[in-house]
Design a protein around this ligand. Structure first.
Ligand SMILES: NC(=O)c1ccc[n+]([C@@H]2O[C@H](COP(=O)([O-])OP(=O)(O)OC[C@H]3O[C@@H](n4cnc5c(N)ncnc54)[C@H](O)[C@@H]3O)[C@@H](O)[C@H]2O)c1
Length: 243
């Protein structure tokens, strides 16, 4: 199939050293992109980049706008931006601490806004924006009120950018993972024994997701073959969310 190559393109993936981020970096690299693996965990970012044919690791603290400024300056021209990094603090909303809301707002929503604002002007003629949200934001999820609120903000941002940037050849889409086997998910599962089995029983395809499941769609959205897909919100969740 033609139109799947990303040769000559540079892709920046935030949280590129995490579970889903590493898989996204690998798939984008597999299509020929040069990859910037941007993460708070510098050592893990280096390890991810070292396993790819053409990649660099960049440390960034997405909670800090000055650190995002530095990342954008070091990255140079970026054709594909995957705003993937995220943090989730799971607790009943009435017991939740506004300090944790603030952390999630800064990393999950403000950072994608801030970084996209810096990099989008450089995407002249061709570009791809992908925002990693969550099925928790589409459908609601117990204990994830503040997290879902920050992730739902990405829907409005991505759709607006799909309209504003269409004429400069840039598409903007949201991918929503369902429960996916990553360090983030395992941290939640450790505190709630039996959760993974319970989740899997409720998923039509009867298993929780793997990082590769998400990465395949993200990589496709970044190709020329997906050039007519913009402003969309797509779930990768084994059918748990159908809307
Ligand atoms: N795993 C799931 O079940 C699931 C479900 C729905 C949505 N998501 C979303 O998918 C995305 C990836 O999640 P994951 O499960 O791979 O998580 P993960 O915890 O495995 O990876 C997240 C990565 O983000 C990085 N990161 C965290 N804070 C950062 C900061 N301040 N600056 C820079 N980097 C930072 C971490 O170092 C880590 O490498 C997140 O946005 C998450 O909300 C995950």
């Amino acid at each position: 199939m033609d139109g799947l190559s990303l040769a000559g393109r540079t892709a920046l993936v935030t949280g590129g050293a995490g579970g889903i981020g590493t898989a996204i970096c690998a798939d984008l690299a597999g299509l020929g992109a040069r990859v910037v693996v941007a993460d708070l965990d510098e050592e893990a970012a280096r390890a991810t980049a070292a396993g790819l044919p053409d990649a660099v690791a960049e440390r960034v603290d997405l909670a800090d706008p000055a650190s995002i400024d530095d990342l954008a300056a070091r990255a140079g021209r970026v054709d594909v931006l995957v705003n993937n990094a995220g943090v989730g603090i799971v607790e009943p909303f009435v017991d939740s601490d506004p300090a944790s809301w603030d952390l999630m707002w800064r990393i999950n929503l403000r950072a994608p806004m801030y970084l996209t604002r810096l990099l989008l002007p450089g995407m002249r003629g061709w570009g791809r924006l992908v925002f990693i949200s969550s099925d928790g934001a589409r459908a609601g999820s117990g204990g994830e009120g503040a997290y879902a609120a920050t992730k739902a903000g990405l829907f409005g941002l991505a759709k607006t950018l799909a309209r504003e940037a269409a004429r400069q050849g840039v598409t903007s889409n949201v991918v929503c993972p369902g429960p996916t086997d990553t360090p983030m998910q395992r941290a939640v599962a450790e505190r709630h024994p039996g959760l993974v089995d319970k989740l899997a029983r409720g998923i039509p395809l009867r298993r929780i997701g793997r990082p590769d499941d998400v990465a395949g769609l993200v990589a496709f959205l970044c190709t020329d073959r997906a050039g007519y897909i913009t402003g969309q919100t797509l779930s990768v969740s084994g059918g748990i969310t159908m809307c």
